[in-house]
Design a protein around this ligand. Structure first.
Ligand code: SF4
Length: 323
């Protein structure tokens, strides 16, 4: 793993306006991502863990410049890409790709597998002629464990796992350095999930890819990620090395998440922490600690003072007054 960060995200914010019409003034702002900072190295996987609606996907899209950035900065391979536009952005786009949750709706049903994979090769002028294009498509399909003879088939003729493999081959076509994987296995059967996760790990070893792996499934994230960021209401509550989080979650929200994971270890004394209520709306987030309305150990100061994400050493950062 390279010591220099491939990706550096600093104080990133994504706010969406709530407007009556396109030209009216915003009546309020949805604070989808608030002050998120982290680095990601070549060959490394960071898992983004949290309930749905916590801002994981918005953060992933903002990093790939597929969504708006309100404030903060994104440095990719030494270049500030936060405000890149037009041709400069297109040139960088080749270097980061996304794999989507639903392998069916993310593939054009009118294109064959070969056309889906080959489209990016043509857009970015990566092949000289049609013979080179066909050879490259075969290589890419083989690299994700698909028979190249299936290149003429349409997405509906493949299983869910095979469709996700086509999505991965499409992402690999442009030889990216970073892939944002947005819940790539949550729509698949459990038996197929393991195959796709193993494929992603093999590809990472072979190509030195960096992954930002978005998921709500702790088991999948712990298996694949080197480090995990736990998000709540658009903010990072805790960062921990994989393994460290389930062994010793420090933030009360992480503790509640981990306690909800079923275990077959009957000797385990793990007590289920049931959180009251639903997560607050990002339209009007609570003052102080965003978790205080549901935190079982909240103190009076938690209502007014926002805890900083403090570095505790050994790869751990926690945003809680009590830790
Ligand atoms: Fe709970 Fe307070 Fe810590 Fe927030 S800062 S997690 S409310 S104890």
């Amino acid at each position: 793993m390279s010591p220099t960060p491939l990706l550096r995200v600093e104080n990133l914010r994504v706010h969406f306006p709530v407007q009556r019409s396109l030209f009216s003034k915003p009546e309020a702002w949805v604070r989808a991502v608030e002050n998120v900072s982290f680095t990601l190295r070549t060959g490394e996987t960071i898992g983004l863990l949290g309930e749905s609606g916590c801002g994981k996907t918005t953060l992933g899209r903002a990093i790939l410049r597929l969504g708006p950035v309100t404030a903060g900065s994104i440095h990719f391979d030494g270049t500030d890409i936060t405000h890149l536009e037009g041709r400069a952005l297109r040139e960088h786009r080749r270097r980061f790709q996304m794999i989507f949750q639903d392998p069916f709706s993310s593939l054009n049903p009118r294109f064959t597998a070969g056309q889906i994979v080959g489209e990016a090769l043509e857009i970015h002028h990566l092949v000289k002629d049609s013979a080179a294009r066909d050879r490259r498509i075969s290589e890419l399909l083989e690299s994700v464990g698909l028979d190249p003879r299936l290149a003429d088939r349409f997405p509906h003729e493949f299983s869910g796992g095979q469709r996700q493999r086509i999505g991965i081959a499409r992402a690999l076509a442009v030889e990216p350095q970073l892939i944002v994987c947005d819940e790539p296995v949550s729509a698949l059967d459990v038996s197929v999930q393991a195959q796709v996760v193993n494929l992603l790990q093999d590809l990472q070893k072979q190509r030195g890819l960096a992954y930002l792996f978005i998921s709500h499934d702790l088991a999948v994230v712990e298996h694949l990620a080197h480090r995990i960021l736990v998000m709540y209401l658009g903010q990072v509550m805790e960062e921990a090395p994989a393994g460290g989080l389930s062994q010793q979650p420090l933030h009360p929200y992480s503790q509640a998440l981990i306690s909800a994971v079923p275990t077959v270890d009957t000797a385990s004394k793990r007590r289920r922490i049931v959180l009251s209520g639903d997560p607050p709306s990002p339209l009007s987030p609570p003052t102080g600690c965003p978790f205080h309305p549901r935190c079982p150990v909240a103190q009076p100061r938690c209502r007014t003072e926002t805890p900083m994400l403090r570095d505790l050493g050994e790869g751990r950062r926690v945003a809680c007054h009590l830790v």
